[in-house]
Design a protein. Structure first.
Length: 288
């Protein structure tokens, strides 16, 4: 009975870490499976793999041996990079306007920012396709770029706005007191302090863009992105090189996110440093 009580007490103390560990494992197990399959799984049929040949790095050495796969991956990277730059620039300025300025329609704008995040992708994709067809706009890379910028802006605004809400305006006021021009204060004070949030928003936009399938499937035309290529080849058997490139992409994104988190913690530590006491004024000779 005593042992059961101790076990129950231990479980109650560690319930949250155990739950968090199980949740993280639930999310990461598919990625681990893909990484394992990239070292030796061979396609046996539609969506079927086997490890009969054992562990091998052959597919990593020939990761870029499929021209169609390379073209689709390059298209996704180019699309994600351009859409990230555009959506990050627009979203950052929108976040600054929504947080720091009062204007007519501000509340409605805040609502409209959230709508693309809450709307199902199939609805957004079908709506954009209807708009492009109505405007007689040829489907291709340009329509994909417009669609990806559209749904990425909302996420950038939300992330940057959360960073701006806790921003200390006294630093900008001090720069203004020292006769710094508004553009100079923004470049030397505001932008560096917002950089971790902007980088995090850009990484999120990049991940959403390179991973998107539903909206891209509606508006791609003859342009093939990496997710569209994977869906197409899955009908006859996914090449192992897809697992290799997917593992590479996950590793690069994981490294980038880790660097951003490290930079954020470093910035928080630097911001939390305060002098323990005011400096003692120097005595003036002849003054009591």
């Amino acid at each position: 009975m005593a042992s059961m009580s101790r076990a129950w007490a231990w479980l109650r103390r560690n319930a949250l870490p155990i739950y968090a560990g199980l949740a993280v494992a639930y999310m990461l197990i598919p990625i681990v499976v893909i990484a394992v399959f990239s070292f030796g799984a061979t396609p046996k049929g539609k969506l079927t793999f086997g490890l009969d040949n054992g562990f091998t790095t052959e597919y990593w050495r020939s990761a870029f041996s499929l021209p169609d796969l390379n073209e689709a991956l390059f298209t996704s990277l180019r699309l994600a990079t351009i859409s990230t730059l555009i959506s990050t620039a627009i979203g950052t300025l929108m976040a600054i306007a929504l947080v720091r300025h009062r204007f007519h329609g501000r509340r409605l704008t805040n609502l409209l920012i959230v709508i693309p995040m809450a709307t199902p992708e199939v609805v957004i994709g079908a709506a954009l396709l209807s708009m492009f067809i109505y405007a007689s706009f040829a489907l291709g890379f340009t329509t994909l770029l417009i669609a990806h910028v559209m749904f990425s802006i909302s996420f950038v605004v939300v992330v940057v706005r959360s960073r701006l809400i806790g921003f200390d305006r006294h630093l900008e006021e001090a720069a203004a007191d020292l006769y710094a021009a508004p553009l100079t204060a923004f470049r030397t004070i505001t932008l560096p302090l917002l950089a971790p949030g902007i980088i995090a928003a850009a990484l999120l936009a990049f991940s959403l863009s390179i991973d998107d399938f539903v909206i891209s499937n509606f508006n791609s035309g003859t342009t093939v992105t990496f997710p569209l290529y994977v869906y197409g080849v899955s009908l006859r058997g996914v090449p192992v090189q897809v697992n290799v490139l997917a593992t590479m992409l996950f590793g690069l994104i994981a490294i980038a996110v880790s660097l951003v988190l490290w930079q954020q913690r470093r910035a928080e530590k630097m911001a939390s440093v305060r002098p323990e006491q005011e400096a003692t004024p120097m005595p003036v000779p002849g003054v009591a």
